[in-house]
Design a protein around this ligand. Structure first.
Ligand SMILES: O=C(O)CCC(=O)C(=O)O
Ligand SMILES: [Fe+2]
Length: 340
């Protein structure tokens, strides 16, 4: 008799962990391994809006070394960090380079913000983004290895994102290239985050939110504190060596007309140490009109759950949440402003 190695209750309390190796291995693909991955991703996006992947094609040392090197940077004195600034800011985007949020912010983390566009090959990591606003990426001068790591990480994350988006397209019953075509001139920001040590119990480092992206790929160190809301309960997203956490963002929720869930998540600060992580998001071009797809509305005889909107208009509101934090949590702009 097969004995399950974990009690059912515990299993139900962890986000799904999906091994992507069948997608890289033709034998596995032949045996239907890739089909199983597509099904597992579809289920995870419906039930959780979150899953972890291993064997995703990104060298684990690159993830770990980048986070360690960023940790070194975040220990610098404030005036040194402030020198790492990028281009002029525009209302649809966070400024590139080093950011701390203004006093009164709900989020307590610092970050390094990078942009990668898709207009030319190889991926651009410097300037010339499709909305016409040149945004320069900025790196600390005395940590040259950080630039090298970030640029390599962006290359790898872009490839893994292509794979995940293709698997997600298929899990929605669409062609493998569907999302790629739909989101052709997308933008891919990378944010490296560093959370302070907690001073109080249950101190929140990233306030509960849903991502404004299509999908987000997160790499975290082993500090812990990352949580997703499931059935009105916070569930820990345990750091798993070499794994990336993937979550559905608002845009995939809108396109799929609520079939896939942009789940609420947050980060608690740790009392012993600072936590470092990165979040690589795919977002539509600011000029892109976003609406629920006909495949999930008219073709199914279902009403659209959202009105159409330009992604840039939504981003202006989301960036304002950060630059001018509202006094009350209920005043944060989120995707429900477009709900019908
Ligand atoms: O730090 C993390 O692990 C997650 C950050 C996050 O949720 C975000 O940047 O949207
Ligand atoms: Fe998030």
């Amino acid at each position: 008799m097969e004995i399950p190695n974990k009690p059912e209750r515990e299993e139900a309390e962890a986000i799904p962990l999906i091994d992507l190796s069948p997608c890289f291995d033709h034998v596995g693909e032949h045996r239907g391994g890739k089909e199983k991955v597509i099904k597992a991703i579809g289920r995870a996006c419906e039930e959780w809006g979150f899953f972890q992947v291993v064997n995703h094609g990104i060298p684990v040392e690159l993830i770990e070394e980048t986070l360690e090197t960023c940790r070194v940077f975040f220990e610098y004195p404030a005036e040194e960090k402030m020198k790492v600034r990028g281009g002029v800011s525009v209302p649809q985007q966070m400024p590139t380079g080093y950011n701390v949020y203004p006093p009164g912010s709900w989020d307590l983390y610092e970050n390094l913000y990078y942009r990668a566009g898709r207009r030319s090959s190889p991926r651009q990591t410097t300037s010339d983004f499709s909305d016409g606003n040149a945004q320069c990426n900025a790196f600390p001068e005395d940590l040259p290895q950080l630039r090298f790591m970030i640029e390599r990480l962006i290359e790898y994350l872009g490839k893994t994102t292509d794979l995940i988006e293709s698997l997600i397209s298929q899990s929605l019953g669409l062609g493998g290239d569907f999302i790629k075509e739909l989101n052709r001139d997308k933008i891919e920001p990378l944010k490296v985050l560093c959370y302070p040590k907690a001073i109080t119990e249950e101190e929140i480092g990233a306030w509960q939110h849903q991502d404004s992206s299509c999908i987000t790929l997160v790499g975290q160190d082993d500090t812990g504190g990352y949580q997703v809301l499931k059935d009105a309960k916070w569930v820990d997203i345990q750091p798993t060596k070499g794994a990336l956490v993937i979550n559905v963002g608002d845009i995939l929720q809108v396109w799929s007309n609520n079939r896939f869930k942009s789940a609420t998540h947050r980060v608690l600060n740790n009392r012993e140490r600072r936590r470092c992580s990165f979040a690589f998001a795919t977002v539509p071009n600011p000029k892109k009109l976003v609406s629920p797809l006909p495949q999930f509305t008219s073709e199914m005889n279902r009403p659209a759950a959202y009105q159409s909107f330009f992604y840039g208009d939504y981003m202006v509101k989301r960036v304002r949440n950060k630059t001018h934090p509202p006094a009350k949590a209920e005043d944060f702009a989120d995707i429900t402003i477009y709900a019908l």
